[in-house]
Design a binder for this molecule. Sequence first.
Ligand code: NAP
Length: 284
Amino acid sequence: MSTRVDNIYGVIGDPIGHSLSPRMHNAAFKKLGLNCIYLPFRVTRRDLKSALIGMRALNIRGFNVITPHKTAVIKFLDELDETAEEIGAVNTIHNDEGRLVGYNTDGLGIVRALQEQREDPSDRRVVLIGAGGAARAVAFTLARKARSVFILNRTWHKAAKLAKDIERRLGKKILARSLAVDSLIEALRDADVLINATSVGMYPRTEQTVATRKVLHSGIVVLDIVYNPMKTLLLREAEAAGAKTITGVGMLVHQGAEAFKIWTNHSPPVEVMRRALMRELSRQ
Ligand code: NAP
């Protein structure tokens, strides 16, 4: 890498050590010959406001935002793009000459991850497990495209609130239940796609799954947004039930690629970014 750095980008969250985004974005900068660097910054809840003031002062051109700041960060931004405003969460900030603008690229990420596996969500019946930050982005995006979205979450009131938020905003009826074997069986009976948008199964709790082969069937496509490990227990159970599976890597690549485009105005080298991620995940 040249010693000259034109622009600095990064990711803020707490914890931050597990983030694979630096690998992905630095590989993209290198491929395009841009003298830019992407760094992980651990920012506690208490320091979030100062971190954003610092971002402006130091002219850091863009941040990704991960747990626990995706919603809390909104009040410190100058502007929200329509998608982020609708979802109520931000995963990408662009420092546009001192104006901090918030975006959410997770929804686009999941749509592209499905499409590249020839699973266009249009007109599909989707079962979504989870009602946290990532699930909100997935739910709002798929509610616009899919025939139906059925949300299940451990904490029922969060699923109900998400369903109500979507209904109010998009005028589309969304079913919500608490996550249990019975509700899962009911939801999956007529489903085409199952998406896990919880953290269940993520390293180090890799022995956990939101569904077993007993409730899954060969008529559905199962996408797990958890990407570490790449093949989660849910995906292994789905394979055993004869279902088609999609890992969370595609979503990670595409949400990152869209952020890259927002920040740099360059067409992102998607396959370079994917290879950098896969290399790191295989190493881990
Ligand atoms: P979050 O806002 O903290 O939400 C966590 C979700 O997981 C909630 O729905 C929570 O349910 C559920 N949950 C946690 N532990 C559970 C358990 N033991 N049993 C059942 N449900 C449980 O987190 P997030 O930001 O949405 O992230 C969720 C996962 O998605 C993480 O693993 C993250 O790495 C991954 N992710 C992947 C991508 C990608 O590009 N592939 C992008 C974003 C996030 P309650 O509401 O009941 O607490």
